[in-house]
Ligand binder design. Structure first.
Ligand SMILES: NC(=O)c1ccc[n+]([C@@H]2O[C@H](COP(=O)([O-])OP(=O)(O)OC[C@H]3O[C@@H](n4cnc5c(N)ncnc54)[C@H](O)[C@@H]3O)[C@@H](O)[C@H]2O)c1
Ligand SMILES: NCCCC=O
Length: 512
């Protein structure tokens, strides 16, 4: 059934017929013409005369143009957010939660439409994109529920006096997003911020600007006041204008370590990683192999928490590697909008070349390509300009190689063998980053002992890359500051006020 997609034009009649039969959009058929900025309740143009191309990674064609925001537009968005904050922050948590629940319902109704837009703009498979939309919806539902639980403490003092604390919102929060989970990141940042009574100006990655504007429309339709959630488009310049704006109270940033270092304010930093996955000889091999694939090839390997340093105990190394290579070679690459596709396109041509460059560098440094690591050209003519590569497993890796030290952010797994628990812990922790880590073992005591010593913010035992919105997510060391999701995140979007209440008379022993 063909559903209406208000702001999007489809291409050829044949493509439209195909869409009608199976879905709203088919790869290579969509052009977006509506402005992608959004503030004060409406889509808005950006700076006059400035336009940047936005691509469809699956085909390499231009999907739309982004109009970046300059100082004037960023000001307008922040002003809109300031106005919205005045009333929104005075609502009860229940009232705020009601609007957010409505937004979650709208997302549920538009699940397929949003997921398709994510695929068209990001290149990931439709199967993964649907789960990202679900995660966004669940996050909004979760914080809608928590909004009414925000509370402080009551402290009894002598003479009937008392003090209390309460959590107050910060004001206008800025959200800055990366391109690997565009819609999910916008939700993970806005949901706790809005639940706590803040308003938000969100800047998505200029590579994936489309779905944040959809989220803004959804919040507006759900009854959010004008200006509560705003979207300004652009790259470094717009991001910097937003972060340094004097009326922005807090920045929550998702992106790379180098960019994160440039952002100064009370911040939440969700940055990159080079996470270890430890596989002991007593693991369930089938689960460990699946775990390694989950840890490396979801979202074309473009996941911050990926466990790309796979340490395997020597006794099971050959068997493990041969199974991982076999399964990696079987991953179906192609049109991300097809149900059968398991790996879509990387996000951009330049990023594809960067990832392939890491593979070349690995070879020069002595690693062996056990599979993949090549550009991939799908057979369908419309996909020939897309940004595909075969998922890669690198053997003969050593800890000092670039592929083992640096975040590649693509489908490249490095396998390394180890002998003892003590040795693998030392090598796993030998990194400046600390976003995530995983361990596969059947020995429950070993699992907890190892996790206790892993220097990483998000640890997985016998699974990997599972991120329920009820549990906090974030990194140690240079991988970040603060957390997203879970109850603790409410603390990052509020400030604690203490109020002393005198119930007797003022006793002034020194001034009378
Ligand atoms: N820890 C997490 O939760 C998490 C989640 C997703 C992605 N990531 C990381 O993100 C990186 C990939 O994303 P990317 O390439 O978009 O990262 P990036 O750092 O290049 O860009 C991230 C965002 O910052 C903006 N930006 C650039 N310069 C800025 C400045 N001076 N001030 C303010 N904003 C600025 C960009 O326009 C973009 O919106 C990887 O390192 C990945 O691991 C981390
Ligand atoms: N599903 C959450 C992944 C965040 C990192 O890229």
């Amino acid at each position: 059934m063909l559903r209406r997609l208000s702001h999007y034009h489809r291409g050829t009649a044949a493509a439209a017929r195909l869409s009608a039969a199976f879905r709203c959009v088919s790869t290579g058929s969509l052009t977006i013409t509506e402005p992608l900025n959004f503030w004060a309740g409406q889509r808005k143009p950006g700076q006059k005369g400035h336009k940047e191309h936005v691509y469809e990674p699956a085909t390499g064609r231009i999907l739309c143009h982004l109009e970046p925001c300059g100082a004037a537009e960023v000001n307008q968005a922040v002003e809109a957010a300031k106005k919205a904050f005045i009333n929104w922050s005075k609502l009860s948590g229940m009232e705020r939660g009601r609007v957010m629940i409505e937004a979650a319902h709208l997302i549920e109704g538009k699940r397929e439409e949003i997921a398709e837009m994510e695929v068209v703009n990001n290149g990931k498979s439709i199967t993964e994109a649907r789960l990202d939309v679900d995660s966004a919806r669940l996050c909004i539902e979760y914080y809608a529920g928590l909004a009414s639980t925000l509370a402080g403490q009551h402290v009894q003092l002598p003479g009937g006096s008392f003090a209390y604390t309460c959590r107050e919102p910060l004001g206008v929060c800025a959200g800055i997003g990366a391109w690997n989970y565009p819609f999910q990141i916008a939700a993970w940042k806005s949901a706790p911020a809005l639940a706590c009574g803040n308003s938000m100006v969100f800047k998505p990655s200029p590579v994936t600007p489309v779905t944040a504007a959809m989220l803004a429309e959804i919040y507006a339709k759900a009854g959010a006041p004008e200006g509560l959630f705003n979207v300004v488009q652009g790259g470094q310049e717009t991001g910097s204008l937003l972060c340094q704006h004097p009326d922005v109270a807090k920045v929550s940033f998702t992106g790379s370590v180098p960019t994160g270092r440039k952002v100064l304010k009370p911040v939440t930093l969700e940055l990159g990683g080079k996470s270890p996955l430890l596989i002991f000889k007593d693991s369930d091999l089938e689960n460990a192999v699946k775990g390694a694939l989950m840890a490396n090839f979801l979202s074309q390997g473009q996941v911050c928490s990926n466990g790309t340093r796979v340490f395997v105990q020597r006794d099971i190394f050959p068997e493990f590697v041969s199974e991982v290579v076999k399964r990696t070679q079987a991953i179906e690459i192609g049109d991300p909008l097809l149900e059968s596709t398991r790996m879509g396109a990387l996000v951009s041509r330049s990023h594809l070349h960067k990832v392939l460059g890491f593979v070349e560098q690995a070879k020069k440094e002595g690693a062996t390509v056990l599979c993949g690591g090549e550009p991939f050209v799908p057979s369908h003519p419309k996909l020939r300009g897309g940004f595909y590569m075969t998922p890669c497993v690198l053997g003969d890796c050593r800890d000092e190689m670039t592929c083992v030290k640096e975040e590649i952010f693509g489908p490249v797994m490095s396998v390394l063998s180890f002998e003892t628990e003590e040795e693998v812990l030392r090598r796993a922790n030998d990194t400046t980053m600390g976003l995530a880590a995983g361990v596969f073992t059947r020995d429950v005591r070993r699992a907890h002992r190892v996790v206790e010593q892993l220097k990483a913010g998000s640890c997985f035992i016998n699974n990997y890359n599972i991120t329920p919105v009820e549990v906090p997510f974030g990194g140690f060391k240079t991988s970040g500051i603060g957390r997203e999701n879970g109850q603790v995140t409410l603390e990052y979007y509020t400030q604690l006020k203490t109020v002393y209440v005198e119930m007797g008379d003022v006793e002034n022993c020194t001034l009378d």
